[in-house]
Design a protein around this ligand. Structure first.
Ligand code: AP5
Length: 222
């Protein structure tokens, strides 16, 4: 099964992708995470992307398409993947179509997480992640069970993203509406687009996605 999670910044793509990864044995491919790793490493790509990401703009298509193409060619993608944050423009979607056709890896579903812009600013402003394992949390919606300790790995350091501030969030939303929203009619025309209510609680969003995908193999209903 090969999926795309589509939605504005803060819609819950990463949150749901992590859950789907565990439940369905798919690999999450987040171009945002990959670009942040490039920035951290100081690579050529990272140096080109850093300022662009800090301004909340999109990294040029050619750079992201090359990076994604290399990642989808890794052996772990063969058993199925969830694209989180890619494609973000029509040229990226067209390049993905060509790539997946060459690899005979068809898209199963494109799932749009629909969320109001007003909710996104709160979600992004409250977000933090474990520095050790990347588990995501939120000041209001998902605190660790024991304050200051990651539920997943026991880590005690947490980080907030450089682009999670009010000014950059505005630019990221503007980029979404102008450059990424045209993908909705693109995938609707292909017959792969499905919509879930991203305003619902996380567990309900997950339930709606599983209703589209069908029950995970051998999993309980938890
Ligand atoms: P990227 O890392 O992809 O960021 P994004 O799209 O802005 O999305 P986010 O990671 O902010 O949000 P999300 O939807 O994953 O939400 P999350 O699950 O964390 O991209 C960053 C930058 O990289 C871009 O601006 C661009 O510069 C560059 N880039 C990346 N890909 C690119 C591409 N393809 N082309 C060009 N440039 C690219 O949830 C958010 C918060 O809300 C969390 O705290 C979570 O706990 C909470 N939450 C989640 N679901 C719910 C819910 N149902 N109810 C309440 N709270 C919830």
């Amino acid at each position: 099964m090969n999926l795309i999670l589509l939605g504005p910044p803060g819609a819950g793509k990463g949150t749901q992708a992590k859950r789907l990864e565990e439940r369905y044995g798919l690999v999450q491919i987040s171009t945002g995470d990959m670009l942040r790793a490039e920035v951290k490493s100081g690579s050529d790509l990272g140096q080109k992307a850093k300022g662009i990401m800090e301004r909340g703009e999109l990294v040029p298509d050619a750079l992201v398409i090359a990076m994604l193409g290399a990642r989808v060619s890794q052996p772990d993608a063969v058993s199925g993947f969830i694209l989180d944050g890619f494609p973000r423009t029509v040229p990226q979607a067209e390049a993905l179509d060509v790539l997946l056709a060459q690899k005979a890896m068809p898209l199963s579903h494109v799932i749009e997480l629909q969320v109001n812009d007003a909710a996104l600013v709160d979600r992004i402003a409250g977000r933090f992640t474990c520095a050790e394992c990347g588990e995501g949390y939120h000041d209001s919606f998902k605190q660790p069970a024991t304050a200051g300790i990651c539920d997943k790995c026991g880590g005690t350091e947490f980080i907030r993203r450089a682009d999670d501030n009010a000014t950059t969030v505005g630019a990221r939303l503007e980029a979404y509406h102008r450059q990424t929203a045209p993908l909705l009619p693109y995938y609707a025309a292909q017959g792969t687009l499905r919509v879930v209510d991203g305003m619902a609680e996380m567990a309900e969003v997950a339930r709606q996605i599983e209703a589209i995908l069908g029950a995970p193999p051998g999993a309980s209903n938890s």
